[in-house]
Design a protein around this ligand. Structure first.
Ligand code: DC
Length: 223
């Protein structure tokens, strides 16, 4: 009997489009490592702010980048970035300061370059820990990080619905403004890559979105 294939599932979409909930559900169903690359950009943002870098001032960012030592710890099936061996506090990752700055830092090509190999390396983390593959969510996973992923999804949702979801989570987050910045940047902008499966989740429940994606994954596995 041949070993089960290692599968890579890319899930891209705007802020609060439902990426994390669906990626988590699919990860536990198919025994995939859940990788939230937004949390990586958030961890880097928190660290840059701590070291005095300012959003909108690239000259304060570039000298700090080479000193950042990234690692990964896996907790509950999710990859957590460490910087200099320490995970960044979860509340800090979702703070109003990080929400306001993250898209600005993420638009800097050197910041994206510093995270490229680290993100691709999550496949090795998953293999080493016995996962069957990866469910990686972000903005450029199906376009830049894993353009040859086995499955590529792109989630949409109406901006008003997304703002409602964030408010329900008790977060201060300018969803539309982050999407504007993420879509307009020159390097790896937020966009549905050609060939990806686009799903509009505005009027769907989480379960309905997950079932659609799971059916596509199951078909791919059995093909
Ligand atoms: O998924 P999130 O909302 O937590 O992501 C936070 C920010 O990180 C998002 O506004 C843009 C950036 N990001 C990115 O540029 N590329 C990714 N692959 C993931 C996130």
């Amino acid at each position: 009997m041949s070993a089960a294939p290692f599968i890579i599932v890319a899930i891209d979409g705007g802020a609060a489009s439902g990426k994390s909930s669906t990626a988590r559900a699919l990860s536990s169903r198919f025994r995939l490592l859940h990788v939230d690359t937004g949390s990586f950009y958030r961890a880097v943002t928190a660290e840059l702010l701590r070291r005095g870098a300012r959003a909108g001032d690239v000259a304060t960012v570039l000298p700090v980048l080479p000193a950042l030592q990234f690692g990964t710890q896996v907790h509950g099936g999710t990859a957590q970035m460490t910087i200099a061996g320490r995970p960044v506090d979860a509340a800090e990752l979702r703070s109003a300061e990080v929400n306001a700055a993250v898209s600005h830092f993420a638009a800097i090509p050197e910041v994206r370059a510093a995270l490229l190999a680290y993100q691709r390396g999550q496949a090795e983390v998953a293999r080493a820990q016995g996962f069957r593959g990866l469910a990686m969510e972000g903005r450029d996973i199906g376009s830049v990080i894993f353009p040859d992923a086995d499955l590529r999804f792109f989630l949409h949702a109406d901006p008003a619905e997304r703002a409602r979801r964030r408010a329900q989570e008790g977060q201060t987050d300018a969803v539309a403004e982050r999407d504007r910045l993420d879509s307009q940047r020159k390097t790896a902008p937020l966009a549905c890559p050609p060939g990806a499966v686009a799903i509009d989740s505005t009027n769907l429940t989480l379960e309905q979105v997950v079932e659609r994606m799971a059916a596509a994954i199951a078909a791919r596995i059995s093909a």
